[in-house]
Write a protein that binds this ligand. Structure first.
Ligand code: OGA
Ligand code: MN
Length: 291
């Protein structure tokens, strides 16, 4: 029997995220190796595989090792329509053709969020593959929501343990706009989630909230909700919980949306940024209605 592939794990921040060298995702990966990679994913929650030369099908196969790879082709339209946004591959890019973005999430800064938290069944994970990377800016920032949870006082932990929050996504926006009352508009997809979730694999508790998408906590008054959420957003974005990923072309990343938030730094409009994105859904998720 051929030996298990050897790979090297380099932790990228004191609390999470790791770079793994020695795997080629254009080739089948042995079962034993995969199982070690799954353990690393449960532990580090953000994995970077550098120097991957991947076609879309390779990335889809990679995504499929972590759950159900979403493979539909998404419509690049933006705007708050509930139709035409199939789960699946999309290009995250600022490249424009005839003045129109050819992909999604085109420009600038993006606030912290967890992909799909506006759905009842969010994405388990997201994979992103770097193709064209600007010379400066455009880093993807990751925040470890387990470390953030662990660092809360017992008083806050007890207070928020049974709370539920409403997550809403405005497809046209990459920053939070407090003044825009989007909650009552049915065009904006939304979902309720526990504020604290226990990870099904690691068993660790994590905060589940984000500045971009979490609008309010259920069952308490709005002023108290705003105050508590702002406290928690600031807490979860403290530098000690953050890893900033400076992209190199051919980096393949996967992150766990169940315990990690991500955001993006601004980058020059005059430079190309192009990444390919496949999401991973829960295998038993049959919520194929897409928005
Ligand atoms: C995403 C995303 C951030 C980035 O693809 O979901 O938030 O750095 N991308 O482009
Ligand atoms: Mn995202």
């Amino acid at each position: 029997m051929a030996p298990v592939e050897e790979f090297e794990v380099e932790q990228l921040s004191p609390v999470f995220a790791a770079r793994i060298k020695g795997i080629d995702w254009t080739k089948p990966v042995k079962k034993e190796t995969l199982s070690k990679i799954h353990s690393a994913f449960a532990k580090y929650s953000v994995l970077c595989f550098p120097n991957q030369i991947l076609e879309a099908k390779h990335q889809e196969n990679f995504a499929a090792q972590f759950g159900r790879a979403d493979s539909a082709h998404r419509n690049p339209t933006r705007g708050n329509v509930k139709q035409g946004k199939k789960r699946g591959v999309m290009y995250v890019t600022n490249i424009r053709k005839d003045g129109k973005p050819i992909g999604s999430l085109p420009d600038g800064e993006m606030y912290f969020h967890s992909d799909g938290s506006h759905r009842a069944n969010p994405y388990r994970a997201t994979t992103l593959y770097g193709i064209d990377i600007p010379s400066r800016g455009g880093e993807t920032l990751f925040a470890d929501l387990r470390a953030a949870y662990d660092a809360l006082s017992d008083e806050i932990k007890i207070k928020i343990d049974d709370m539920t929050a409403c997550h809403i996504y405005d497809y046209g926006s990459t920053i939070r706009d407090q003044n825009k009352e989007i909650e009552t508009n049915e065009e904006y997809p939304s979902a309720l989630h526990q504020l604290v979730k226990t990870h099904p694999v690691s068993g660790r508790k994590a905060l589940y909230l984000s500045r971009l998408m979490t609008r309010y906590i259920e069952g308490i008054d709005r002023a108290e909700s705003d105050q508590l959420l702002n406290y928690l957003f600031d807490h979860a974005e403290k530098p000690e919980f953050i890893y900033s990923h400076k992209w190199t072309p051919d980096d393949l990343l996967i992150w766990d949306n169940r315990c990690v938030n991500h955001a993006r730094n601004d980058f020059p409009k005059t430079e190309r940024r192009l990444l390919r994105r496949y999401t991973v859904s829960e295998p038993d998720d049959n919520d194929m209605v897409d928005y």
